[in-house]
Structure formats: C-alpha cells, structure tokens
Design a protein around this ligand. Structure first.
Ligand SMILES: CN1c2c(nc(N)[nH]c2=O)NC[C@@H]1CNc1ccc(C(=O)N[C@@H](CCC(=O)N[C@@H](CCC(=O)N[C@@H](CCC(=O)O)C(=O)O)C(=O)O)C(=O)O)cc1
Ligand code: HCS
Ligand code: ZN
Length: 769
C-alpha cells in the first residue's frame, strides 16, 4: 500500500516498495534552476548560491513524492545539466581537455558548454524524446575511476530529511552504448571489464551509506540489441548481483518493450525489474518470466499528458501481479519529460483539464493505483470516478471530431500528394528565380534578443497592445532584411522574431491545440520548451505567417522564404492525442500547413521552407516499426507541400541528428532544396544522399551554429570544395547548419559575411574551371 508520510517517518526498511516514479523533473516548477545556472554562468551568483537553489528544488521534489505516498523516492535524478554528463563525471570519463580546470563544477560545465579554448561534448537526442543528452567520449586512455560524491551527497541529504531514498544511476550497458568512441577506441562494450569495477565500488559505497535499493537505468535494452550485447548484459548483472555488499538492484527499462532482453535480465539474480507498460505493452505478456522478481510496472505515462485510465491500469497491474507475485506501481519513465503541474494552467477549460495529468497529477495516479491494488478501493473511489468522468468527457467532446475537416482531408489525399517531375519543377523555378550557382541563404531565425522576448512578455501582461507588438517585430524584421542585403545573401528570411518557438507559435494559432502558460520541459541544459497539447481535430482558422512574410518581402526585391514548421516536427514536439494513430494527426496538421503554403504562394512567396528537424527523432527504436513510420511521415510532408505550383520552390531543413538511417526518407520528401546539418560530420551526409540517387538541391551546413566561434572564409571554402566533390554546383546551396536564434548578432554578421565570401570564391573558381 502507498505509505503515508507518518508511516515513512517510522522508516519502512527491508521491504519491497509499492509506489514510486522513475525520476522527477529538475528544472524547477518556474524554471528556478534555469535561472540559477544561467546566473552562475554569467557570474551573477556564486557556486554556493547555485548549490542552494539545487538543494531547495530537491527538497521540494522529494517532499511532494513522500507526501503523495511514494514509499521509495528516486534521488540523484537532479542534475545541473544532464544525467549522462553526471554519469561520465561519476565514472571518471570527462574528456581530458577539461582536466586542467581545478573546480569540479567549472570542469563539469566546460564539458557541457565548452569555452573559448575547449570544445564541448556533442549533444544528441535521448532515444526518441525531445531531450538532448551530452555524449561522453571514451578514448583508449580513458581510465575509469569512481567519483560518487554527487550521488552519495544527494542520498545523504535525502536520508537526513527522512526520505526513503533510492539512488538512480545510468547502467553500464546504456552508458557505453550511448557514448562515443574517440581516438581509435573500438567497440565500447569491450570496455565493460574496465567499467564494472567502478560500478561495483559504487554499489558497495551506496550500501555503506544506507541505500536499501539502487535503480540502474538500462533504457538501451528496449532497442534492437545483438546476441553479443545481450550476452554482455547478462554477465554485467550476474556480476553486479553477486556482490556481497550491495543495495537491492532494480534494473529499470523505459521507452519501449524489453522484448528479447527481458528473459536475459530475468535470468540474472537482480531483485527488481522495471517495465514500461505504456510504450512497451508487449512486455505484459512476458511478466510470467519475471516470477520471483519484484516487478516495477510503469502504467502511468511519463511521456505524455493524458490522464491515466485507472480502471485499465488497475486491471493490467492485477494481471501482472498475479503472474509475478510481487509488484510496485510506477510511471513508465522519468517525469523529466512532462511539465510539473496542471495547477498554473489557468487557461484550461474544465473539460480539457479533466483529461490531463502533468507531473504532480501523475504522482497522485501512482498513489491511487497502489492503494487500489492492496484492496482498499474505497479510499480512492473519487480518483477512479474522476478518471472515468474525464474519459467520458473526452470521448464525447465535439472538438475531437470535425467531419468537414475529415472529409476535406480524405478528398485532398485522394487527389494525390505528388508534385510534377522534379526536373520540370527545377526548370520552372530557375526561370522565375534567376539565382546564381551556389545561392547563399540562412535557415530562418536570427538572434532572439532580450528585447524581442521582453516585448512578447509585455504583450502577454497587457503592458503593450497588439499594434505596438507588431510595430516592434516589424522593426526587427526590417533590421534583419537590411542586414542580409548588406551582407549580400541571395535568398532572404524574415528572421522569425515573432515566434516564441517553432512549434508552439503554430500551435497557438491552430484549433485542436492547447498551448500551456507554464508547461516547461527541459530540452537541454538550461534550455526549455513548452510542448503544446494536440487534443482535437486540427483546423487552421486563418493564415498564420502571411502578414509577416508580406511585410518582409515588401522591403526587398530579393526572394524572401516563407517559413513553416512541418507536420512531423509539430507532432514530435507536442503532446499528441492518443485516441487515433499518429499518422492521422500528422495529416491533419499537414493539411493546415498545406493551406498556409497556398496562402503564402498567393501572397508572392517564390520559395517556401517547411522545416522537419525532428524527422529522425521520431524514428521508432525497433527496426520492425520503422517502415510504417517512414511511410506516414514522408506522406504527411508531401501532403503539406504538394499544394503549390511547379514554379514555387519548396525547401526543407533537417538538423539535430545524423540522418544516415533515414536517407531514403529524405529523398522521399521530394523537396526541391534540402538544407541539412553537415558541418560537424564533415559533409558525410552528401555521400549518403548520392548513394540513394538524390538529385535535388542540397544545402549542407557549412558552419556549426552551436558555438559563438566565427568560422573563417578558408574553412568554409574548404567545406564547399568538399561538397562539390559530391554535388554539382548547379544543385549546391550555401547556408549554416541551422537557425541563428541562440546566437549573438555580432558573431552572426561576421560569420555570414565570411560565408558569402566563401561562396563567391568557390563560385568564381567553378565558373573559371
Ligand atoms: C530546435 N529545437 C527545438 C526543439 N523543440 C522545440 N519545441 N523547439 C525548438 O526550437 N527541440 C530541439 C531543439 C532544441 N533547441 C532549443 C533551443 C533553444 C531553446 C530556448 O531558447 N528556449 C527558451 C524558451 C523559448 C521560449 O519559449 N520563449 C518564449 C518565452 C520566453 C520567456 O521565458 N520569457 C520570459 C520573459 C522574457 C525574458 O526575460 O527573457 C518570461 O516569460 O518569464 C518567448 O520567446 O516568448 C528558454 O529560455 O529555455 C529551446 C530549445
Ligand atoms: N527555421 C528554424 C529551424 C530550426 S531547426 C530556425 O531557423 O530556427
Ligand atoms: Zn535546424
């Protein structure tokens, strides 16, 4: 049964816990950690003040969990930046280049962000989420050594507060599989023999510090794994479980089903196994294989915001308990991926509110289910009734089903979503645009300055009116157009100052979405996003971008790109309804974007860019599920972009990933021009595109926008020369890797000047040749 706070104060020991979550958000209910960390970086507060903010946030998080009735509370899920970086620091795997920094916190932040001399670690997406982790680098010389100060410190802190603390660490298999071999390192799982002593030492120290349980996260086991990898996994957990002095071992999986890995983990003497019964419902049928283990059943969705169907969850829990014997109720994954609480969302109508559960509400659901599971159903009747009422209200809400929209979508799809032959389009577009070879452009956003954000905040608070806001944004657009003209770029953008975010901006204008006021979720480090909630059928009441485009185009004779976010990315960065296939929601969003492209074209846009940076991110973790995804995602992009004339040049933009695995899909998008992140991977993507016969326009990023460094003309000339080995000049575009919203204007101007100079130099040499 979920314990009360009073019971916990009597210290339940040596028991199997019954109610928990796999992890907690850490950025702060009002982004307190973001503000503290950024203040520390800016030198406005010292390390003690930063530590105090962290301590206060942990205390609040643990108290909420204990008060709600969790009888085991995850600790060490707090982080100043990222949990993979924390693990690298814990096992002594920070890169050598930060070793010279004496202060551990400065060393840590240097690995995360770099500085004038030090390159940061790479960042990449955490499985199929919109959270980015830092990729540890493992060199042959990396000498693993334990530094357990963070986890031990947080364990001690929690225990002093009477919290039934369960330290959480990333497991050795996931840590190595997600790290990057450098300096000639081979297959990283080969390093397990070096790494395991560190984990053994850690477990001994945790036991010595009073930890009854430790949670070892192994989400890498929900992706396809080779026999050899599974065999190594078995060895790891046999060895760790064989330790004489250790806490009970709870191996947690999440983001999918364990599949073949389930019997492997089950065969080792670990004490508890966590399964994701939301994204990995298949594992429910395998629970009998877990008999004798404590099963931690993730039935409350940690990735999405829908209220749990408590009746269905309870019945899954009852059948799992019957098969396994011993069971705890949990979230499917850490609550890192959802906002803290529904409470600040004053803009929610009662119906919508009754369908939702954010972090706090999910903790309440876990507690209610744990109580119901022990037989004391009457104590939680009200929660079960509210869950049923929310479901009934949702099923009957007219906003979930718009017949006119569905009919129009069906007829548009029936008409076909292919454009004319690409060569025919190219001829028509070249004639209209008259661009030079190697046209120069940027990806869309220019620096989101404090003035821009302050203006938006002032509009929100009613301190300025719409007209004043438009005036200020038009001022920004005019500046950005003038800057681009001065630099000599060929294809211009309006700079996106009016967009709080490339997804939220559209969601705020589409029916069927709810945009939260305070639903912040960590994206990376101190950066957060507010994923909108796609709850109903999606309808575009009016044009969303046209007036900004028209204003920008009125200031220049050069073509200004219409700038839109694509359907896959809008879905990937939203919380999406779970009552219909993702493909159906994607097509509804695509139809709205298609209408916008047609309106932009009518307003004079000769080029329209539809960004799909999240195309790779949503790729299912299991190969077997990938073809169906690629089919609907490419289809939704084509639906969004096939409504315009042949003369209108469609661009797309892809970034934040390595695209090797989805290269066919990129070709399948059939965009006239694809700008793609390439600077860090040294243009490798061009070879991949060539290999699948891609013969459309391509703009491989010639410089990395993730750092303030100004790239030289020479290095961009070299990048372009390398690109010309794979792509003829007639198809090559010149652009940075991604948008410039996180950069400062001074470095942007200098970098773009050099980029244009490099393009001109290369153009000259190809014309001469
Ligand atoms: C391209 N990326 C994106 C992802 N997901 C998205 N949904 N959007 C993306 O663009 N995933 C992959 C990458 C992740 N990259 C980033 C990069 C940068 C940020 C970021 O800077 N986030 C901002 C918040 C942005 C925002 O929503 N701004 C709003 C509100 C701003 C605000 O907080 N205003 C203050 C007042 C003004 C002030 O003092 O500054 C307030 O309200 O208190 C806006 O511009 O109106 C961040 O601050 O973290 C995220 C992901
Ligand atoms: N048009 C967007 C794409 C980011 S991925 C931008 O420039 O910021
Ligand atoms: Zn981008």
């Amino acid at each position: 049964m979920a314990a009360t706070h009073a019971e916990l104060e009597t210290h339940v020991t040596d028991t199997f816990f019954t109610a928990t979550v796999l992890g907690s958000p850490r950025i702060g209910p009002h982004r307190e950690l973001k503000r503290a960390v950024e203040s520390y970086w800016a030198g406005r507060i010292d390390a003690d003040a930063l530590a105090a903010v962290g301590r206060e946030l942990r205390t609040q998080t643990w108290a909420e969990l204990v008060d709600a009735g969790m009888d085991s509370v995850p600790v060490n899920t707090f982080s100043y930046y990222d949990q993979m970086l924390d693990t690298a620091a814990m096992v002594g795997a920070l890169p050598d280049r930060v070793a010279g920094l004496a202060d551990p916190i400065d060393r840590y932040f240097a690995a995360a962000r770099g500085n004038a001399e030090i390159a940061p670690l790479e960042m990449t997406k955490w499985f199929d989420t919109n959270y980015h982790y830092l990729v540890p680098e493992i060199a042959p010389g990396t000498a693993f050594a334990l530094d357990a100060s963070k986890v031990l410190g947080e364990l001690r802190e929690a225990r002093e507060q009477g919290v039934p603390a369960r330290p959480v660490v990333i497991g050795p298999v996931t840590f190595l599989l997600l790290s990057k071999p450098v300096d000639g390192s081979g297959e990283l799982l080969e390093r397990l023999d070096d790494l395991l002593p560190v984990y053994e030492d850690l477990l001994a120290q945790l036991a010595g510090a009073g930890a009854e349980w430790v949670q070892i996260d192994e989400p890498a086991l929900v992706a396809d794994r080779t026999e050899a990898e599974l065999a190594r996994t078995r060895e790891v957990y046999e060895r760790l479980a064989a330790l004489s002095s250790r806490p009970k071992l709870f191996v947690a999986s999440y983001f999918g089903s364990l599949g073949d890995a389930l019997p492997v983990i089950a065969s080792t003497p670990v004490d508890a196994i966590g399964i994701d019964l939301v994204a990995g419902t298949d594992d429910l049928a395998s629970v009998p294989a877990l008999a004798g283990k404590h099963v931690v059943a993730g039935v409350v969705d940690g990735r999405n915001v829908w209220r749990t169907d408590l009746d269905a969850a309870l019945s899954a829990l009852e059948s799992a308990r019957a098969a396994a014997g011993s069971l705890a109720v949990s979230t499917s994954c850490s609550l890192l991926h959802v906002p803290y609480s529904l409470e600040p969302e004053t803009g929610l109508d009662d119906a919508l509110r009754s369908w939702l559960a954010f972090g706090s509400e999910k903790i309440g659901e876990v507690a209610a289910l744990a109580t119901a599971l022990t037989g004391d159903r009457s104590a939680v009747n009200a929660q079960f009734d509210a869950s049923r009422a929310g479901r009934t209200s949702r099923e009957s809400d007219p906003r979930l089903h718009d017949d006119a929209l569905r009919d129009r979508l069906a007829s548009t799809l029936a008409e076909g979503i292919s454009r004319a032959d690409a060569a025919e389009r190219r001829t028509a577009q070249n004639e209209l645009l008259g661009l030079p070879d190697l046209p120069t452009t940027t990806i869309g956003s220019y620096p989101q300055t404090t003035e821009i954000r302050v203006a938006r905040a002032a509009l929100r608070r009613g301190e300025i009116d719409d007209a004043e806001y438009v005036r200020r944004m038009q001022g920004e657009i005019a500046d950005v157009i003038a800057l681009q003209e001065k630099i000599g770029l060929d294809v211009l953008v309006h700079g996106e100052p009016e967009r709080n975010d490339m997804v939220q901006y559209f969601a705020e204008q589409l029916d069927g979405f709810f945009a939260t006021e305070n639903g912040w979720v960590q994206s990376y480090g101190s950066r957060c996003v507010r994923p909108p909630i796609l709850f109903g059928d999606v309808v575009r009441p009016e044009p969303m971008t046209v007036s900004w485009f028209e204003y920008a185009q009125s200031l220049t004779a050069k073509p200004v790109k219409g700038m839109l976010t694509g359907p896959v990315t809008i879905l990937a960065w939203s919380f999406v309804r779970d009552d219909q296939p993702l493909a159906d929601s994607a097509n509804q969003v695509a139809l709205a974007i298609r209408d916008e492209t047609v309106d932009l074209e009518r307003a004079g846009a000769r080029i329209i860019q539809v960004d799909e940076p999240a195309l790779r991110e949503l790729l299912p973790l299991r190969k077997a599920d990938q073809p169906a995804y690629l089919d609907w995602s490419v289809g939704s992009f084509r639906l969004a972009t096939s409504g315009v004339e042949n003369t209108t040049q469609v661009h797309t933009h892809l970034c934040y990933s390595e695209f090797g695995e989805v290269i066919d899909a990129i070709a399948g998008l059939d965009a006239d021009v694809t700008s793609i992140e390439a600077a860090r991977s040294k243009m490798e993507v061009l070879g991949d595109l060539d290999a699948v016969g891609f013969d459309l326009g391509v703009g491989p990023g010639v410089y990395d926008i993730h750092s303030p460094r100004v790239p030289s003309v020479d290095e961009m000339t070299e990048a372009l020369a390398a690109a010309l080995d794979a792509v003829p000049a007639s198809r090559l575009w010149v652009n940075p890797d991604c948008g410039l919203k996180t950069r400062g204007i001074v470095e942007v101007e200098a970098s773009l000047r050099n980029m244009v100079e490099a393009a001109r130099a290369v153009r000259g040499s190809t014309v001469d040749a």
